[in-house]
Design a protein around this ligand. Structure first.
Ligand code: ADP
Ligand code: MG
Length: 382
């Protein structure tokens, strides 16, 4: 019957997710903005199967084209809803006790905030991954409430020049935070930031107002500052299984990273140079950690930045990681696009390529086929 099919479908789907490896990289190409010349794109091809071809605007011949491969590529036309759909299984696994980190990486203006938060909160169709995730977690946790009672708490911090600040503090944003290394039952290190219990999107939207006010009062030019700091929204889930009386905990970190653009050292001075150095250092530290995890290296260098320290318990081990690599297709961004893609290649290349045996590849394909046929069966029942 329907429920058996559904349960089986879910099980198979989870197996597929697990087989896929713990580090996933999705690429999203931002559309041209009004006034940008659409003919000046560096992206030659972006395919369903995760392939992307980038064209060097000043070179000719076969050397001018470079192929990159991702778990998934979202073209300019992809909606917020489509992007979320491919992220949803990962997000839901938090309710089963997994820790998940989702990052948006790319130069300023490439669409990181669009993907994570969305361009506005007033229209649901605009919502980015953060709000869709919370909405979905509320929905699923309510639907399970006869068997598991969930509590959901959120924290939001900003990391600017290697200092962590609580963005949801009701006493103003200025307090600098340490990072607790208290070991909770699941080994989570929680920053010393205020934790807010939430039950509905109304609660969340109210909190976000505090967050935005805190962010705004700590900087005169909000956009300037937000592109030079990392913002981390952490969703902590605690579920009490009523039948077995066991507790499960999961955590979802949603990270809008600082802009990855390189700053010309000959031009930047003072605060601007200091900011650039901090950003550079923390993004390389993140790259090093993910690279070490993908290599299954015995030493993972978490201690080199506040960001990786904060996320330590949710990076590696059983945790799942997803990186959105954001691209601006304009020719003027070509060299930043290449450097973004090189970062992506470094963090994903090993895990996606050599590390996966053919056997796994075959199992994934078989499972995918079974999932597809089960989905068809369900669709016919509806
Ligand atoms: P970032 O956070 O990487 O600096 P933003 O998310 O602020 O970049 O995006 C820069 C501009 O491009 C904004 O005006 C944003 O609304 C727009 N934009 C980004 N991604 C998309 C998209 N997928 N569709 C439509 N507009 C987008
Ligand atoms: Mg931004």
């Amino acid at each position: 019957n329907y429920h058996v099919v559904l349960a089986e479908n879910r099980k198979l789907y989870n197996e597929v997710q697990d087989l896929k490896g713990n580090i996933r990289v999705y690429c999203r190409i931002r559309p041209f903005l009004p006034g940008q010349n659409q003919n000046h794109s560096t992206i030659e091809f972006a395919g369903e199967d995760g392939e992307l071809i980038v064209n060097n605007p000043i070179k000719q011949g076969k050397d001018s084209r470079k192929l990159f491969k991702f778990n998934k590529v979202f073209s300019q036309a992809a909606s917020q809803e489509e992007v979320f759909k491919d992220t949803q299984p990962l997000i839901r696994s938090v309710l089963d006790g997994y820790n998940v980190c989702i990052f948006a990486y790319g130069q300023t203006g490439a669409g990181k905030t669009y993907t994570m938060s969305g361009p506005s909160l007033s229209s649901k169709s605009d919502w980015g991954v953060n709000y869709r995730a919370l909405h979905d977690l509320f929905h699923i946790s309510h639907s399970r409430r006869s068997s598991i009672m969930y509590e959901i708490g959120v924290q939001m911090v900003e990391i600017y020049n290697e200092q962590v600040r609580d963005l949801l503090s009701t006493n103003g944003p200025q307090k600098r935070l340490g990072i607790w290394n208290t070991t909770q039952p699941n080994g989570l290190a929680v920053p010393d930031a205020s934790m807010h219990s939430v039950n509905s999107m109304t609660d969340v939207l109210e909190l976000m107002n505090i967050g935005m006010t805190n962010r705004a009062t700590s900087a005169t030019a909000l956009n300037e500052r937000s592109s030079r700091s990392h913002s981390v929204l952490s969703i902590h889930v605690r579920g009490n299984d009523l039948k077995t009386n066991t507790l499960l905990r999961g955590c979802l970190h949603l990270v809008d990273l600082a802009g990855s653009e390189r700053v010309d050292r000959s031009e930047a001075t003072g605060d601007r140079l200091k900011e650039a150095q901090h950003i550079n250092k923390s993004l390389s530290a993140l790259g090093d950690v993910i690279f070490a995890l993908a290599q299954k290296s015995s030493h993972v260098p978490y201690r080199n930045s506040k960001l990786t320290q904060l996320l330590q318990s949710s990076l590696g081990g059983q945790a799942k990681t997803l990186m959105f690599v954001q691209l601006n297709p304009d020719v003027a961004s070509y060299s930043e696009t290449i450097s973004t893609l090189k970062f992506a290649e470094r963090v994903s290349g090993v895990e996606l390529g050599a590390a996966r045996s053919n056997k796994e590849g075959k199992d994934v394909r078989e499972l995918m086929e079974q999932v597809a046929s089960l989905k068809d069966a369900i669709a016919r029942k509806d």
